[in-house]
Design a protein. Structure first.
Length: 420
């Protein structure tokens, strides 16, 4: 225990447990191993339901119960040593028996708990104490796809043709007579992982092929839309182009969402597969190809197809984004031109209103002065008669003063309105 003054990192135990999360099953001698690989449905809680079903099977059969955080759990039955492994999206069931065991689907390994899983891989490895694969076994393989390399720097041999038998199992023969128990166990695990990750790495290839026509349709429609952008001169045409690009963006986004995780997982599985093949330390023999060469010629093109599809999706998304950007620039320029025209119209209208206002003010001054002089003439008619002043002369002399007074009054009222 560390001193009391020291505090352990909360992840320290998890990191230490990771080293022993998937221990190697020690294979003491000859035997037959089988593995099934099940992919879980892409629905929430699928893996947890399988784990709960497996825990219930263990409890019912009297096997030790798996802990809630376990990723690998082993138990023994009367005829088999069984190991369940839980991965991110798939589960493997591996069991070991003697070489005379021909039952491919035993009832005591918990297959009933994997009801939601979809079988994606099945393999069988026959481990013998021979130093090399006997010639008598070669006719049992398909010569066109036979892989028969030396592994472990020549201390063992493996043979397979990747052809499934009538029960869907792919057969491997491992001559491990010169290997220690530990090295034999490690090699068996690596061979199982090679087949497991070979299958999982190519899981995205059928999806890529299925999505090819849809992606091609999107690419052709996008090319047509981009070529027609120069004709989008009216607001209606621009809106129609934006709607079409939006529809293409939705389709490509849905396609990327459907394929993105599968392609990323395939690349990760492919990296693991290459490392496992490299760890086998193969040497070629005259009797067959190496696993690395044969698998590489099949898996690498499949992964390249998925990578090319992913790149095409990315290019389509970028083209759509650029097309929308060009339309937005076009809309922005058109709006600026329209705004400039609108401002010019407003300026002309304001000037016209100003000139009209001045005209109205002038006319108002004359009209008010006319009526005011009329009132004055009536008001002064009596006094002018008494004083014997000429009425016409008096009004003529008063007219300029009335005009100036009315003009000053109108200007004062207009200035008062402008201030408010």
């Amino acid at each position: 225990m560390p001193p009391l003054l020291l505090t352990e990192h909360p992840y320290r135990q998890a990191i230490m447990d990771e080293v022993h999360a998937r221990p190697i099953d020690i294979i003491a001698g000859p035997g037959r191993l089988r593995r099934l690989v099940f992919v879980m449905p892409s629905v929430s809680g699928a893996m947890m339901r399988v784990f709960d079903a497996f825990a219930a099977f263990c409890a019912e059969a009297g096997h030790p119960a798996p802990s809630a955080t376990t990723r690998q759990h082993s138990f023994n039955t009367a005829a088999h040593h069984v190991t369940w492994e839980f991965h991110t999206e798939f589960v493997t069931i591996t069991w070991r028996s003697d070489l005379e065991d021909w039952e491919n689907w035993p009832e005591d390994i918990g297959l009933s708990a994997i009801a939601d899983g979809l079988l994606i891989g099945a393999m069988r490895i026959d481990v013998t104490n021979q130093d090399m694969i006997p010639d008598a076994l070669i006719p049992g393989f398909d010569l066109a796809s036979l892989c028969l390399p030396d592994i472990e720097s020549g201390n063992a041999q493996v043979a397979t043709d990747f052809v499934a038998d009538e029960d869907s199992f792919i057969r491997f023969e491992l001559a491990a007579g010169r290997l220690t128990q530990l090295r034999r166990s490690i090699v068996v695990r690596r061979l199982m992982e090679v087949e497991t990750y070979r299958t999982m790495a190519l899981l995205g290839l059928p999806l890529a092929r299925e999505a090819g026509p849809e992606l091609r349709s999107i690419e052709l429609e996008l090319t047509t839309q981009i070529e027609s952008l120069s004709d989008a001169g009216t607001p209606e045409n621009i809106q129609a182009a934006l709607d079409a690009l939006h529809a293409l963006s939705v389709r490509s986004g849905q396609l990327s969402e459907r394929l993105g995780y599968r392609f990323a997982a395939g690349q990760a599985y492919g990296d693991v597969l290459r490392r496992r093949l490299a760890n086998l330390r193969e040497n070629s023999t005259p009797r067959g190809s190496t696993l690395t060469h044969y698998i590489g010629n099949r898996v690498d093109p499949g992964l390249a197809t998925c990578a090319a599809m992913e790149k095409r999706l990315q290019v389509v998304s970028e083209k759509i984004e650029r097309a929308v950007g060009m339309l937005n620039v076009r809309i922005g320029v058109d709006m600026q031109v329209q705004n400039a025209k609108l401002l010019d119209n407003i300026a002309r209208t304001a000037r016209s209103q100003f000139l009209l206002q001045r005209t109205v003010e002038g006319l108002s001054t004359i009209a008010i002065s006319y009526y005011l002089l009329g009132i004055i003439s009536y008001a002064l008619a009596g006094p002018l008669a008494q004083l014997h002043w000429d009425k016409t002369m008096t009004l003529s002399l008063a007219a300029p003063f009335v005009l100036v007074f009315v003009w000053a009054m109108v200007r004062y009222i207009r200035n008062s309105h402008d201030k408010h």
